[in-house]
Every structure is written in C-alpha cells, then in structure tokens.
Design a protein around this ligand. Structure first.
Ligand code: G4P
Length: 529
C-alpha cells in the first residue's frame, strides 16, 4: 500500500450535529482532550469566551461578512487522524451549516437526555439521510435527570425514522446515575465525576456477574437494569455494520460529556464503526480514494472578505483523493484552467495554521481570488471529471429587496448576484407578474443583515427589505408540470429562480401537504439540484 493510501485510510471525517446547548462543544473538547490536542478542557470555548462569542458575533460577522465560528478541527487519536466539522447553530445557522454535511463521511448526533430530539437536530438530520451517511447517537447529560431510556430511543426512531441500536445502556440518571452497561462485553462501566472532566480520569469496569456489583450500584438499580436488558434484548435492533454504513441504523451511546463519562468509550467504538474517506460520485462514476491516485477535491463552502481591504475569500474544500502539497498546481474544471493553491489553511485544535500537506478526507481552506463557486471540482488527474454538485438547501426566511436609489440598479444587481454566487443567500423572482422585484431567501435571519451590510459597504448600495410571511420553499421535481395549473392554498406563492425553474413558497407546513393532495402527480423537494 502506498504511503498516500495509508494516510487516507487513517482519516475519519465527520460532522457533529445537535441542537444548541445539547453539548456539542463540550463533547468536541473532550475528544481533543483524549486525542492529546489540548491538555485541559476549556480551551476550545471556555464559559466566558462562549458568552463573549455570542455577543461579539454580530460585530465580527458585520466586520468580516463571514461566519467566524464554522470550522474544522483536526487531531490524532491512536492511529487515526480525525477531522471534526462543526455545524454552527443559534444565530449563525446558515446554509453553510447544511453544506458542511456534504463534506463529512459520517455524523455524530448529540442529544440532550432530558430533551430528546430537538428542532435543529431534525433539520440537519434530513441532510444526513439524503446522503445515506452513517449516523451515530451520543445521548448526553446523563448526570442530569433524563427522560426514560426507552422513550428516548422511541423518540429518535419516530421523529427521525431511523432504527436505533444501543451499544450501551444507562443505569439511572441525574443523582442516581451509576454508569452504563456494555451490551457486547456484558460489563458495567461505573460512573465517577472526574473533576468536572478536566482530566481524563480512570473508569472502573465490573463484570455483570460480579457479586460486588450489587453494592456498587445498589440492588434496586441492578434489578431494574436486569429487567431493562431483558426488555431491550427483545425490542432493540441487533447491531448490523452494513445497516450502520448505509445510514439505516444508528448505534446509540449514553454518557456525560461534561464529566468525561462515556466519551472515550464512544470514540473508540465510533472510530471502528465509521468509515475511512468514502467514494464520491462524479460524472465519470464513483471516484474511490483507495484507487484514485491523483489529487481531487470539491469546494463546499466559501467565506467572503476575511480581509476587508482586499475583498478576498477563502474557499473550503474537501479533498476526496490523493495528496495535497502547499502551492501545488491543479486544474480547476469549472474555470477551465490551472490554478495554484496558495495559502492553504487548516484548523488545529483552536488555532488556524498553514498546511504543508493534506490527504483525501482532509479539509483545507484556500485563498480564493474570486474564481471558485460552491460545488467546483479541482484535480490533477489527466482524465477530467466533475464531482456531483451540492444541492441548494431550503431557505426559511424570505424578504422582498429593493435598492433605495433607483440610479444604482446596476450595482445592486451585480452585488446581490455576487453574494448569491458565493452561496450566502438565494435569489428568486416573481412568477408571471413581469415585476423585476427580487426575493431573497436565507436559512438564518442573520444573513439578511450580512446582505444589507455587504451591499452598503462593498457595493455602495442602500437597500430596503420587506419581510415576507413564507417559511417553507419547495422545488418542483417534475418540471413538466404546468405551474399555471397548480391549485394551491391561499398562503402559497409561485416564484422562479434565476434559471427560470418554478418553485413554491408556503407560510404553513400543512399547506404543502394540502397542495400535494390537490395536485395529483406533483413532486416537491426540500433540496434544489
Ligand atoms: P453546544 O455546543 O451544543 O451548544 O453545547 P455546549 O457544549 O456549549 O454545552 C451547553 C451547556 O451544557 C454548557 O453549560 C455545558 O457545560 C453543559 N453540558 C455539556 N455537557 C454536559 C453534561 O454531560 N452534563 C451536564 N450536566 N452539563 C453539560 P454552560 O454553557 O456552562 O452553561 P450553564 O449550564 O453553566 O448555565
């Protein structure tokens, strides 16, 4: 096996998805702690800085016009080289959050044990399902009062439509949390609060048949555990690696990221169950990183104006095959010419650093003089191929936008088109009214502010925005359908994108169902191709 293939095999590239506050940052930080990338918890996002980051975010976002919090962290654990892709939430939730999932080979879903599946997890989960990537569940905060374990699993299965397979099982929760039962080993891992998780700590493991267990966890807890194991063995799905790999079965783990409990167990199992960099579809068929020797990558995210004085951008790309060296020349398929990949950057723990080399599975940020678009392919292969494009994700907020000074129409159109091309906003037009009005759609409301700020600062155009009441957009999959004949609901609006493709906007989710019922054969999609 070549050195390059060896390097690629070691890679594990995954995204962490969760609802804000479920413990994504804490878990990430504990991974870094076990990987030796940091030696004290609190370095990624300390309490003080976390609060600070929220309040300061607007300013930074405004100044730079970018989402500063979306990042990739790389660290080593055992013989693995791990890339964690963060999926930012709260105010900075944007289409980039979805796009990040296009660069991952699997996803870790963090769920708060007292809350179960929440809104943001649901949204991100849909993208994972669309991609059929493996999904692993970490049920966090077991040191706090939790929902009933069976109810939690039921919640995941019903809400998300994926089968679950508990790898371990919690013994109590909150004050009565005693640890987890390892199904495969038939052992109990005992909970101990390792100084709020600042050190890795040692975990005591006791065989289920060991008589000591009765007094270690208490007879009552032991009896409950035995009953639950019996119930679970009858009800839960068996572990099946093939189904896990296809994203149809989610292995579930329980723990408490804050106290480090269950984190290393999870990491060890997860690294074995998830895969090394996956093949990617291209117009020439699947490109397998284990077979394709040449470098290839696709752009999944563009951050504009890191440096306001230069209007430059950073294009984030996922390397799919081969090796990367700083300054190398590659062919940019969509641009039709060779480009030199300069100033490559990578995040290591909490610092940004220059990368000298990287391999299939890694993510790098490249200086972009404005030539790249989301979805672009770069390769050194003589045989040119294009990676399958990145879909357009459904915006949830819409506004009608117009320039204040009518003389500035040209700059306005240029600016809004460029910002849309970077992928920060989506633009649509009225359908059939002949009006030249522009409708902007965004995934996160903050993008409206970014748009306004950037148009004013970079294009010298002042705009006015009128919020529209729509929250749902659907692409029409069977384009042969005559849009004029679609019978909708009163809250439905027909629009078209810049490629003249018809779309529907709705204020209420139930109207989508009703419209589907009223128009036989109509196929609607949440993702635009
Ligand atoms: P996020 O990235 O998913 O938004 O969540 P984050 O890790 O920032 O965690 C959110 C809060 O939950 C943090 O509290 C964190 O300390 C706490 N937390 C994370 N994991 C656990 C866990 O396993 N058990 C318990 N009990 N808490 C956990 P915070 O920001 O310090 O706020 P506060 O709770 O002190 O008010």
């Amino acid at each position: 096996m070549s050195d390059i293939t060896n390097e690629i095999k070691k890679r594990r590239t995954f995204a962490i998805i969760s609802h804000p506050d479920a413990g994504k940052t804490t878990l990430t930080e504990k991974f870094l702690l076990y990987g030796g990338a940091i030696n004290q918890a609190g370095s990624v996002k300390g309490k003080a800085t976390a609060k600070h980051a929220v309040s300061d975010w607007m300013e930074i976002e405004k100044e730079r016009g970018i989402s500063v919090t979306s990042s990739v962290l790389q660290f080593n654990y055992d013989d693995y080289c791990i890339n964690i892709l963060d999926t930012p939430g709260h105010q900075d939730f944007s289409e980039d959050t979805y796009r990040t999932l296009m660069a991952a080979d699997s996803a870790v879903m963090v769920i708060d044990a007292s809350k179960g599946v929440e809104a943001q997890t649901r949204k991100l989960f849909k993208v994972c399902v669309m991609r059929h990537i493996p999904i692993f569940t970490f049920i966090n905060k077991m040191d706090r009062e939790a929902k009933d374990t069976f109810d939690l699993l039921d919640d995941i299965e019903k809400e998300l439509g994926i089968a679950t397979c508990p790898v371990n099982w919690p013994i109590g929760s909150g004050k009565n949390f005693k640890g987890v039962y390892d199904r495969h080993e038939n052992k109990v891992e005992l909970f101990s609060d390792t100084k709020k998780g600042t050190s890795q700590g040692e975990m005591k493991v006791v065989d289920m048949n060991n008589p000591e267990l009765d007094w270690l966890i208490g007879t009552e807890a032991k009896v409950t555990l035995e009953e639950e194991i019996e119930l679970m063995d009858g009800a839960a799905a068996e572990f099946d690696q093939e189904l896990v790999s296809k994203g149809e079965l989610s292995p579930v783990f329980f723990g408490s990221a804050l106290t480090n409990f269950g984190v290393e167990t999870f990491l060890q199992h997860f690294l074995k169950m998830t895969s090394s960099p996956l093949s990617r579809m291209s117009d020439k068929g699947e490109i397998d990183p284990m077979k394709e020797k040449d470098f290839s990558a696709f752009v999944f995210k563009i951050q504009a104006n890191m440096n306001k004085a230069h209007r430059d951008r950073i294009a984030f790309m996922r390397i799919c095959s081969g090796a990367f060296e700083a300054g190398m020349e590659v062919y940019h398929i969509q641009g039709g010419k060779n480009v030199r990949l300069s100033q490559p950057q990578q995040m290591m723990a909490s610092e940004r650093k220059m990368v000298e080399e990287a391999y299939g599975g890694d993510i790098i940020g490249i200086f972009d003089p404005g030539i790249f678009s989301i979805g672009d392919t770069l390769t050194t292969s003589k045989e040119r191929f294009v990676y399958e494009g990145i879909p357009t994700f459904a915006p949830e907020h819409f506004a009608r936008v117009r320039q204040v000074d009518t003389m500035k129409r040209k700059q306005f159109i240029k600016g809004i088109n460029q910002i849309a091309q970077e992928g920060a906003i989506q633009i649509f037009q009225e359908y059939n009214t002949g009006m030249e009005e522009i409708i902007v759609g965004v995934v996160g409301v903050l993008q409206f502010d970014v748009l306004k700020y950037r148009l004013e600062n970079e294009y010298n155009v002042e705009i006015r925005m009128e919020n529209l009441p729509y929250e749902h957009i659907r692409w029409i999959e069977n384009e042969e359908i005559d849009l004029d004949k679609i019978v909708g609901t009163s809250d439905m609006k027909k629009i078209k994108d810049l490629k003249e493709r018809p779309l529907l906007l709705f204020s209420h989710e139930w109207s989508i169902r009703m419209t589907l019922e009223r128009n036989e054969g109509l196929k609607l999609s949440e993702f635009g191709r």
